[in-house]
Structure formats: structure tokens, C-alpha cells
Design a protein around this ligand. Structure first.
Ligand code: SAM
Length: 280
């Protein structure tokens, strides 16, 4: 098995006449050591069905195939989706453990196999919506590692009452424990991005409620952070009709109405949703 390095990635791109697309976040990993490290950090085992979003030219896919029972790779770019099984058969031997799906990851509703682990160098402009979508749609994903823009990684893993804490932190916390898993040098990519990257690890945990509660909670989170500097009673006034109505709900939930959303953990947002009316 040969993992892909800088030379092979450039040759593949030339053969495909590929000009990396900025809007699709096409920064390809050219250092096979980082791919091996990601797969190791994700604790992928031979029992795993690995889900990879945006396999690109296949750097990470090959490292995953080395360990996982199978890999399901979802790629939006038609040329890359068509090339991937060819690259795998040339460098790995047989593409039979690989399923390539040519689709926008944000529209995925089901997969041919239940994925157990997510391992992906996510396209940066859609990394948070993709991660939240996958956590929602694929409950068999028990763990994962994603590479994202450094600031996004910090937001996903942030604790309450920090400047990084916001919508991605609380929504991700509904589904999973999320932790930073290290920085990645710009030099491992071609083309080198003009932002830094970090790895984020998640481990799924039981959700604090059902889908009805989650939708209420997510609406409250959106409202609380839309006006981040406002106290909760003001930030939620639009949702509940008035600041007095919002204050009454917050007091019933045991939350100080003068706090800001950024002070609340996911459990406090759940407490608000549990006492708030359904039909707002
Ligand atoms: N995994 C490869 C690597 O590490 O070298 C490529 C990672 S690159 C940062 C992101 C990849 O995601 C690209 O191949 C891009 O075409 C693909 N992509 C972008 N938007 C996507 C989407 N909405 N759904 C699926 N794939 C997407």
C-alpha cells in the first residue's frame, strides 16, 4: 500500500487537469504522515465503517482503508468522485471496501452502510453545518476526528463564558463531547490555505432529549446568540412576545434572566426549552 505524497498528488491533479476550487475548500493533504496520524488519533479499528466527507484525491481515504473494515466517501466534485476508485485500485489493490457517493454531504439522508466513525478533512466553508448534519442523521457515528479551520475548531470545542463559545459549541454539545486534538501545519496542504487548521475529536453521548426538544433548544440557541451581547430576557423577547414573558420563562427554568447566552451550558438551554411554550 502506498500513501499519497506531494509528488503523487501533483501528478494526479495534472492528469485530471484539476485547478483546486476555493469555493469547494479544495486544499489537499500532501503529507502522508498527517493522514496516518489522523487515523491513529481517531482510534479507527478493523471493525469500523469509516465515513469520510470530501475525500478529494484520496490522501486520507487510503490511510483509512489500511485500517477500517470499509470506507464510505462522500464527494461533491464529480471528477474527484470518479477518480477515487481508480486511485485506490492503483495504490491499495482493490477498491471493494470503498463506497464512493457523489453528493453534497449537506443533503445526505441515508448511506448504504451504518458508519461508526467520521474521519474527514472538511471543506472549510461548510464544516460546521456538515458536522451537525451528520451527527443528526447518522446516530451510529459514535466517534470522529475532523480537520477544520483553527477558529472553527476552537468554537466547536469551547466552554461557556469564553469568547469562542457560540452556536457551534452548544449545538455540537447536544450530540457529543467535543475536544481539540491538535494543530496542523499549513505546509501539509496543496495549495497551502491562508488560514490555520486544527483537529477536533468528538465522542457521541446520549442526547439530553428527543427531537421535539432538540428543535426547541436549537431555536432558543439561535435567538440567544443572534444578539450575543444582550441579556437573555432581551435576546429571547422576540421568541416569547416580550421581555417580560421571556423573563418569566427564564425564572421558571431557574436561569438568571440577566445572564447572556454565552454563559449557558446545553443543559440550561434544555431547561429553558422544557418550560417554554411549544407554539412560538
Ligand atoms: N480529504 C482530502 C484531503 O485531505 O486531501 C480533501 C479535503 S478538501 C479540504 C475538501 C474536499 O471536500 C474536497 O475534495 C471538496 O471537493 C469536497 N467538498 C466540498 N464541499 C463538499 C460538500 N458539500 N459535500 C461533499 N464534499 C465536499
Amino acid at each position: 500500500m502506498t500513501l499519497l505524497g506531494a509528488k503523487q498528488i501533483r501528478e494526479l491533479a495534472t492528469a485530471l487537469d484539476l485547478k483546486p476550487s476555493k469555493s469547494l475548500g479544495q486544499n489537499f493533504v500532501i503529507d502522508s504522515n498527517i493522514c496516518t496520524k489522523i487515523v491513529r488519533t481517531a482510534h479507527v479499528t478493523s471493525d469500523d465503517v469509516a465515513l469520510e466527507i470530501g475525500p478529494g484525491l484520496g490522501s486520507l481515504t487510503l490511510a483509512l482503508l489500511e485500517i477500517a473494515a470499509s470506507v464510505v466517501a462522500v464527494e461533491i466534485d464529480d471528477r474527484l468522485a470518479r477518480q477515487l476508485p481508480i486511485t485506490v485500485s492503483e495504490n491499495f489493490g482493490s477498491p471493494e471496501n470503498l463506497t464512493v457517493i457523489h453528493q453534497d454531504a449537506l443533503t445526505l439522508q441515508n448511506l448504504p452502510m451504518d458508519p461508526t466513525v467520521l474521519v474527514a478533512n472538511l471543506p472549510y466553508n461548510v464544516s460546521v453545518p456538515v458536522l451537525l448534519h451528520l451527527l443528526e442523521k447518522f446516530p451510529t457515528l459514535r466517534t470522529g476526528i475532523v480537520m477544520v479551520q483553527a477558529e472553527v475548531a476552537d468554537r466547536l470545542a469551547a466552554s461557556p463564558s469564553t469568547k469562542e463559545y457560540g452556536i457551534p459549541s452548544v449545538k455540537a454539545a447536544w450530540w457529543a463531547d467535543v475536544k481539540g486534538a491538535g494543530a496542523v501545519s499549513r505546509s501539509v496542504f496543496w495549495p497551502a490555505p491562508n488560514v490555520d487548521s486544527k483537529l477536533v475529536a468528538f465522542t457521541r453521548r446520549p442526547t439530553p432529549g428527543d427531537e421535539i426538544l432538540r428543535k426547541k433548544v436549537f431555536t432558543i440557541i439561535d435567538a440567544a446568540f443572534a444578539q450575543r451581547r444582550k441579556m437573555l430576557r432581551a435576546a429571547l423577547s422576540g421568541l416569547y412576545g416580550s421581555s417580560a414573558a421571556a423573563e418569566a420563562i427564564l425564572i421558571k427554568a431557574g436561569i438568571d434572566p440577566t445572564l447572556r447566552g454565552e454563559a449557558l451550558e446545553i443543559s440550561s438551554f434544555c431547561a429553558i426549552a422544557s418550560v417554554a411554550p411549544d407554539n412560538y
